[in-house]
Design a protein around this ligand. Structure first.
Ligand code: FES
Length: 293
C-alpha cells in the first residue's frame, strides 16, 4: 500500500476493478480487431516513434491551453472583455489536445496492472469529467453565457490539477512510463568480462545470467551471441522468458519487441531501447561488456 494518503485511498477502491477489467479488455480488443494497422496506431500512441511516452508530452497541450484560458478568463471577469476571444480559442485548443492526450493515455493504461492501473483509472475519470465541463463551457461561451462558461472552466481546471497530481504520482512514484532499463548499462561490465561458458548457451534458447546482481539476457544463434539487459525497458519483464522470432525478442509481460542486434524497439508498449552488450568468445568463455555508441 502506498505511503501517500490519497493514493492509498484510491488503491482501496475495489469497486473499480470490474471497470478496469472491462476498459482494458475493450482497448486491447479494439487494437487487436484492427490487425497490423491497429498495432501501428498503438505503437504511435505509445510513442515508439518518439523514443518517449507520447502521453507525457502531449498532456502539455490541454494543461497549457487551459491555464492560458484561466488567466484570460480572470482578465475578462475583471472587465477587460478584449481577452474573451483568446480565452475561447484556448479552451478549443485544449479540447483538441485532450482528445489526443486521452487516446495516448488510454493506450498506455491498457498495458498496466494492479495499483497503477487503478490510480490511472481515476486519473482518466477526472480528465473525462474535466473535458465534459470544458465542452459545456465552450458551448456556453458560444451562446454568450460568459459567466456560466467561465464558471464551468474554473471547475474543469480544478479537476485537471487534481488529475495532473495523480499523473505525476503514476510517473514518479509508481514508475509508469519511465525507462526500467535506464542505467542498466552502467551496471554492466565496462571491460570484457567472462560471464558464462559457451556450453551454457543452447542454440536459439534465451539464457538469463546474473553477473554481480545484474541480470543479463544472452542468446546464441549460429556464430552470433547476442547480449542485452534482461529487464524490459517497459516495466522490467524478464526477456529471457520471452519469445524469439528472427533477430527479435518479445517480452512475456506486455509484448514489447526489441531487436537483439542493437536493442532498438520494434514494437511497444516500450518506447526506450533495451541496453545491449558487446560479446566475445575466448576459449570456452563468453565475455561481455557494455556497448558504447
Ligand atoms: S514489461 Fe511490459 S512489455 Fe516488457
Amino acid at each position: 500500500m502506498s505511503d501517500n494518503a490519497i493514493l492509498s485511498a484510491i488503491e482501496k477502491q475495489e469497486w473499480l476493478q470490474p471497470i478496469q477489467d472491462k476498459g482494458e479488455e475493450l482497448v486491447k480488443n479494439a487494437y487487436k480487431a484492427a490487425g497490423p494497422a491497429g498495432q501501428t496506431v498503438k505503437n504511435a500512441l505509445h510513442g515508439v516513434w518518439l523514443g518517449h511516452p507520447l502521453h507525457a508530452a502531449i498532456t502539455d497541450v490541454p494543461v497549457g491551453s487551459w491555464t492560458a484560458a484561466l488567466a484570460l478568463d480572470l482578465l475578462e471577469a475583471s472587465g477587460q472583455t478584449q481577452y474573451a476571444a483568446g480565452a475561447d480559442a484556448a479552451i478549443a485548443v485544449g479540447l483538441v489536445g485532450a482528445v489526443a492526450s486521452a487516446a495516448a493515455g488510454l493506450t498506455d493504461w491498457s498495458e498496466t496492472h494492479g495499483k497503477p492501473q487503478r490510480v490511472g483509472a481515476v486519473h482518466g475519470m477526472l480528465n473525462s469529467v474535466a473535458a465534459v465541463l470544458y465542452t459545456g463551457s465552450y458551448i456556453a461561451r458560444k451562446q454568450n453565457q460568459r459567466s456560466l462558461g467561465r464558471s464551468l472552466s474554473y471547475l474543469g481546471y480544478a479537476l485537471v490539477l487534481g488529475s495532473a497530481y495523480l499523473g505525476g504520482e503514476l510517473s514518479y512514484s509508481q514508475r509508469i512510463g519511465v525507462d526500467h532499463a535506464a542505467d542498466a548499462d552502467k551496471e554492466f561490465p565496462q571491460e570484457f568480462t567472462p560471464v558464462c561458458s559457451e556450453s551454457d548457451l543452447q542454440e536459439g534458447q534465451p539464457k538469463r545470467i546474473v553477473w554481480q546482481e545484474t541480470e543479463l539476457f544472452l542468446l546464441k544463434r549460429g556464430n552470433e551471441i547476442y547480449a542485452m539487459g534482461n529487464k524490459c525497458a517497459h516495466l522490467g519483464g524478464p526477456l529471457s522468458e520471452g519469445k524469439i522470432e528472427g533477430d527479435v525478442v518479445q517480452c512475456p509481460w506486455h509484448g514489447s519487441q526489441f531487436c537483439m542486434k542493437d536493442g532498438s524497439v520494434v514494437s511497444g508498449p516500450a518506447t526506450n531501447n533495451q541496453p545491449v552488450l558487446d560479446v566475445q568468445v575466448e576459449g570456452s568463455q563468453v565475455l561481455v561488456k557494455a556497448r558504447r555508441d
